[in-house]
Design a binder for this molecule. Structure first.
Ligand code: LCS
Length: 393
């Protein structure tokens, strides 16, 4: 059967295509740093690319390649480049497309470090960044300069859940030959396929939904074209932010259940969002599955489901949010997201704490904002836990 034509769930289980010579049903962990060549001539051919043999794990490894091919298949892309972390993927993209004298337009509410590296590290190398509300297309149009080399989107954005219209942004960018990269961490390819919507590059913190078990830190870049793949892969290899075979094995295992995990977490999240929206102590809530979300219609168009992430504010502001976070018993007070367990955290003092005060304000990361990643526990227990914690506010 041609897996390219198979359904998403079949791809989750069977994509990868690394045949083990001993018939192992699961791609084994090739825990090796280096691979022996059949001859000196074979080794030389591996280096020129005339042979596709393995050389050295930083350059390529069967366990890692199995995962790279799988995620590329799920995203309908040309190829995948696995990285040691989501930030490894983000920086590989920045390094590949940005250089002395270039400019990037970036969603203003993105994962804190994806933004703060552009504010603190890249200016040293002559890279300029403009952060805009990418939900407003005119802000993107106005921010584009002659030297803009990349448009970087995160949608839904961490932690505001703001949605950017990928199709519309790609039209604007491609008229000017600017590539578009989308951080698809909050959705995973199960809920959103940016390459199908016109993006050139998609990346993930696989630490989140793709692995889903809170036991791995990992990243992935998928490109639509061979040209972008060839531009990015050597950067990852030479930066040394490659994945490790063990990490790849666990991520590939976690990925097999992506669809059923997201279905369950999302079903829980819809009920939790409904509960929070109707709670008298909740001032506001951002969840793409609620009609009150300002881009509810756009979410329906570009995502196949609203996902399992919520941000909200309590009427008592930060003090109330703090009291709630300090009183959860089932949920963990922890950063990260997209795992099987429910997590609650405070972006302004945790994941986005390195942003400037002004940056946080403009991005809508207020002190009162609390972020919730809904897990796959029994939803009655999640709600009971939030209810008792809110009772102590
Ligand atoms: N992109 C997004 C959207 C993220 O949420 C994160 C991590 C990254 C990239 C970076 O990935 P990492 O290197 O951690 O694998 N987000 C985190 C968060 O919200 N809480 O803790 C980590």
């Amino acid at each position: 059967m041609n897996l390219k034509e198979a359904g998403f769930n079949s791809k989750l289980i069977h994509s990868g295509g690394i045949k083990d010579p001993l018939g192992s049903a699961v791609t084994p962990i090739y825990q090796t740093s280096t691979f022996s060549f059949e001859s000196a001539a074979h080794g030389a051919k591996c280096f020129t690319g005339e042979s596709d043999g393995y050389i050295y794990t930083r350059i390529g490894n069967p366990t890692i390649m199995d995962l790279e091919r799988t995620v590329a298949d799920l995203e309908n892309g040309f190829g995948g480049i696995a990285t040691s972390s989501g930030m490894g993927a983000v920086n590989t993209v920045y390094m590949a497309y940005l250089g002395q004298g270039s400019h990037v337009v970036c969603t203003q509410a993105v994962y804190g470090p994806s933004r703060s590296v552009l504010e603190t590290i890249y200016p040293r190398f002559g890279v300029e960044a403009t952060f805009v509300n990418t939900a407003d297309l005119s802000e993107i149009e106005n921010a584009i300069q002659d030297n803009t080399k990349l448009i970087y989107l995160e949608t839904p954005a961490n932690p505001t859940m703001q949605i950017t219209d990928i199709v519309a942004v790609c039209k604007i960018a491609h008229k000017r030959n600017i590539p578009v990269c989308v951080d698809n961490t909050f959705c995973s390819p199960y809920l959103q396929k940016p390459l199908d919507l016109g993006a050139d590059i998609v990346l993930h913190s696989m630490t989140k939904f793709i692995n889903g078990h809170a036991d791995i830190v990992a990243g992935m870049i998928v490109t639509k074209t061979e040209a972008d793949f060839k531009k990015l892969r050597p950067i990852m290899i030479n930066l040394g932010c490659n994945m490790d075979p063990n990490q790849a094995f666990l991520t590939r295992r976690g990925l097999k259940t992506l669809a059923i995990r997201i279905e369950r977490a999302q079903a829980n999240c819809i009920k939790v969002a409904d509960y929070l929206e109707n709670h008298p102590k909740v001032a506001w809530i951002n969840y793409p599955g609620l009609k009150s979300h300002p881009q509810y219609e756009l979410g329906l168009r570009q995502m196949s489901g609203p996902g399992a992430m919520i941000s909200f504010g309590l009427k008592g502001g930060f003090k109330a949010g703090e009291a709630m976070m300090n009183n959860v018993q089932l949920a963990l007070l922890a950063v990260s997201l997209g795992g099987i367990e429910t997590l609650i955290q405070h972006p302004a003092s945790m994941t986005h704490s390195k942003l400037t005060k002004e940056g946080k304000e403009k991005a809508g990361i207020t002190d009162e904002l609390v972020r919730l990643s809904v897990g796959i526990e029994d939803v009655e227990d999640i709600i009971k836990d939030l209810d008792q914690a809110l009772g102590k506010v």
